[in-house]
Design a protein around this ligand. Structure first.
Ligand code: GLU
Length: 303
C-alpha cells in the first residue's frame, strides 16, 4: 500500500477545513499554539514509517496520555483496576461532573478526566518515583529519551483547572482516590503536559497493535489485555464523540485537546495525526477528517 501517496492525497482533500474550529484555550499555555499546523505519521508493524508534513513537531499530547497511564495501571493492578473505574462510554463531555455525582464517585471509564485522575492516584500509590517512572515508560514506548513534561503547560492548567479540581474533590469525597488532592491533580496535569510528535506517537502506539510482545520498562501486558485496551479506546476514546469517530473512521483510538489523535489498525499499523483546531467536542477537525479519508481510501478498518 502506498501510504505516502495516500497521506498526500488526503491532505489535499482536507485543506477546505484548515480554518474550521479553534485550538483549546481553556488552558492558557495551549491558547498560544499556532493553530495552523498539521502533521501525520503512519508506522506499520513491519517498521515502514510514513511521515507527512509536521510529523516531527512536538505538541501537547493531553488526553492521549491516558492510554499510557491505563497501560501502566492495567499492568500493575490487572482486573482489579475495574473496581476503581468503569469501562462504559460516558456520552458526556471529558470534564463532566454531573455523571460522577450521580454515580457516586466511580468514573465511567479511564479516558474521561475523572477516570484518568483515578489512574494518576493509583500510580502515585504504586510507584516509588511516579514522575520519572511514568516518563521512562513513555520514552520506552516511543524509543526516544528526549520526550518530557512541559511544566509551563502543567502549571498553566493547574492555575485554571477549577473543573478538574472539582472532579478530584468529588472523587476524594467518595473515597475513590487515596492521595492528597493537590498531589493527584498535579501529577495528572504533568502526565497531560507530555510533548510528543506524530512520529513518536505512531511508534508508541505500535505496541498496542497486538503484533508484538508488550514489555516496556518493566511493565508487561498480555495480548488479551491489549485487546481490552483497544476495546476501551474504541468505545471511550473520543468522549461524547466516540460513536461518531467509530462511525467515520472505524478504528480504536484516542484524542487529546492539544489536537492530536492516534488510531490503531490491529496487527497492521498505528497512525498519528495532529492539527490544533478542535470541534465543539474537543477533537481535532482535520485529524478526524484525515483518518476518515485514510480508512476510506485504504478500505482498512476493523469493520
Ligand atoms: N488536560 C486536559 C484536561 O484535563 C485533558 C483533556 C483532553 O485532552 O481531552 O482538561
Amino acid at each position: 500500500m502506498d501510504y505516502q501517496k495516500i497521506l498526500e492525497d488526503i491532505y489535499k482533500e482536507i485543506i477546505p477545513f484548515a480554518k474550521t474550529g479553534k485550538q483549546a484555550d481553556y488552558i492558557p499555555a495551549l491558547a498560544k499554539v499556532n493553530p495552523d499546523q498539521f502533521g501525520m505519521c503512519l508506522e506499520t508493524v513491519s517498521g515502514e514509517v510514513f511521515p507527512f508534513m509536521q510529523a516531527d513537531t512536538r505538541f501537547s499530547i493531553q488526553s492521549i496520555t491516558k492510554v499510557f497511564a491505563l497501560a501502566m495501571c492495567l499492568s500493575l493492578k490487572g482486573e482489579n483496576l475495574w473496581k476503581r473505574v468503569g469501562k462504559e462510554p460516558s456520552g458526556t463531555a471529558f470534564n463532566s461532573l454531573v455523571q460522577l455525582e450521580v454515580e457516586k464517585g466511580i468514573p465511567r471509564n479511564p479516558f474521561i478526566n475523572a477516570g484518568a485522575i483515578v489512574l494518576a492516584d493509583i500510580l502515585l500509590t504504586e510507584l516509588d518515583d511516579p514522575e520519572n517512572e511514568y516518563l521512562a515508560f513513555v520514552r520506552s514506548l516511543c524509543g526516544n529519551d528526549s520526550v518530557g513534561y512541559n511544566m509551563e503547560v502543567a502549571f498553566s492548567e493547574r492555575e485554571k483547572g477549577y473543573l478538574n479540581a472539582a472532579i478530584a474533590n468529588m472523587l476524594k469525597y467518595h473515597g475513590t482516590i487515596d492521595n492528597d488532592i493537590e498531589d493527584v491533580l498535579m501529577f495528572y496535569f504533568k502526565m497531560c503536559s507530555v510533548e510528543m510528535n506524530c512520529r513518536e506517537l505512531a511508534r508508541a502506539f505500535l505496541s498496542f497493535t497486538n503484533s508484538r510482545v508488550f514489555y516496556h520498562s518493566g511493565y508487561r501486558l498480555s495480548s488479551s489485555q491489549i485487546k481490552r485496551m483497544n476495546a476501551v479506546m474504541q468505545t471511550c476514546g473520543f468522549y461524547d464523540e466516540a460513536g461518531e469517530f467509530s462511525y467515520l473512521v472505524g478504528l480504536p483510538g484516542k484524542s487529546g485537546v492539544g489536537g492530536g489523535i492516534v488510531a490503531i489498525y490491529p496487527m497492521r499499523y498505528a497512525v498519528a495525526v495532529w492539527s490544533p483546531r478542535l470541534n465543539s467536542k474537543g477533537n481535532s477537525v482535520m485529524g478526524i477528517k484525515a483518518l476518515e479519508l485514510l480508512t476510506t481510501a485504504t478500505q482498512e478498518s476493523i469493520f
